[in-house]
Design a protein around this ligand. Structure first.
Ligand code: PSU
Ligand code: MN
Length: 304
């Protein structure tokens, strides 16, 4: 592969060698997206969902400077408990390797490492995107850039409501990233029932999703956003969510929170302001995405 040392968990390496399905999971949502102990519970629930559906989970991070493909139980707990873990997007990986750092990987960095290790399907909660107010302060997640260049399918519940979803979709269109609704014609809005924005295409089964991915990659295409809505009964009430979001945003502005710290900050404030409802919904949708990603990965490896 490359000349730095990889930590590929043995069961992941065996599955890859035998062409059995492996599903990638990110670590930023564990280290920065959710508080203890919900982060640890969510990480374990996602791994279990993947195993239950018949694949091997590989949570990806940087461990003492080594790209880790598949954390063990102790490592997962460590990552969930440890304060001050670095948040690494794609451009931060090289520094994390050289400085022997512990780093949690964002969607972008997870895609990059997953692809280099030979994984094609990745499950998470929501991708990063274009932040609200980008006209005043340009903040666009590198997740979008990585989707434009790296051939990995990201199974998610859309993008977080803390983002400008319309601008995020425009940018994905410009960069030729397919945005595929799973069982829906609308782009899922993460914790909310609907975004009112259309997706580029729709599939209704894991088999159809796998066929679409295969066709896209045969054409030399890169990343794909495969978005499924969270179960309706878990969705947050839009007014409640928006009131909480406006409050969280004005606190972020008042406290001068910007850049990579902004996403974790907003997510933490939203959890407080909704009395934990965002956390519960987050866990539910990550588990559901892990299941769907596994079903798709099974079709991809069986050549279907
Ligand atoms: N969505 C969540 N929780 C998270 C993230 C997304 O519900 O923690 C993380 C993902 O790792 C995503 C990152 O890749 O936030 C985007 O951060 P930024 O906007 O700084 O690129
Ligand atoms: Mn940013």
């Amino acid at each position: 592969m490359t000349d730095f040392q990889w930590d590929i968990r043995p069961d992941v390496a065996a599955a890859l060698a035998e062409r059995r399905p492996v599903v990638a999971l990110e670590s930023t949502l564990i280290a920065h997206g959710l508080p203890w102990p919900e982060n640890w519970e969510t990480a374990r629930a996602a791994e279990k969902a993947i195993r239950d559906e018949g694949a091997i989970p590989a949570t990806i991070a940087v461990w003492e400077g080594r790209p880790a493909i598949g954390l063990n139980e102790d490592q997962l707990e460590h990552l969930a408990r440890r304060p001050n873990v670095r948040k690494a997007s794609s451009r931060d990986l090289a520094a994390a390797f050289v400085q022997k750092a512990f780093a949690a990987t964002t969607v972008a960095a997870t895609m990059l490492l997953a692809h280099r290790a030979g994984l094609r399907v990745f499950a998470t909660g929501g991708i990063g995107g274009v932040h609200r107010g980008y006209a005043n302060h340009l903040d666009i997640s590198a997740d979008l850039m990585e989707l434009a260049r790296t051939p990995v399918a990201v199974v998610c519940a859309g993008a977080k409501g803390i983002l400008d979803l319309a601008a995020t979709l425009e940018m994905l269109e410009t960069m030729s990233v397919p945005v595929v609704g799973y069982g829906t014609d609308e782009f899922p809005a993460f914790l909310l029932a609907s975004s009112g924005l259309p997706v580029g295409s729709r599939v209704d089964s894991p088999q159809e999703a796998a066929a679409l991915l295969d066709a896209h990659w045969r054409l030399g295409g890169a990343g794909v956003v495969l978005a499924q809505p969270l179960p309706l009964e878990m969705a947050l009430e839009p007014n409640e969510f928006h009131t909480a979001l406006v409050r969280a945003e004005s606190r972020a502005t008042a406290e001068g929170v910007r850049g990579p710290a902004l996403t974790p900050y907003l997510l933490a404030r939203l959890a407080e302001l909704t009395e934990g409802r965002t956390l519960k919904a987050n866990r539910t949708l990550i588990e559901a995405n892990a299941r769907l990603a596994t079903r798709i990965a099974c079709f991809l490896t069986s050549g279907g």
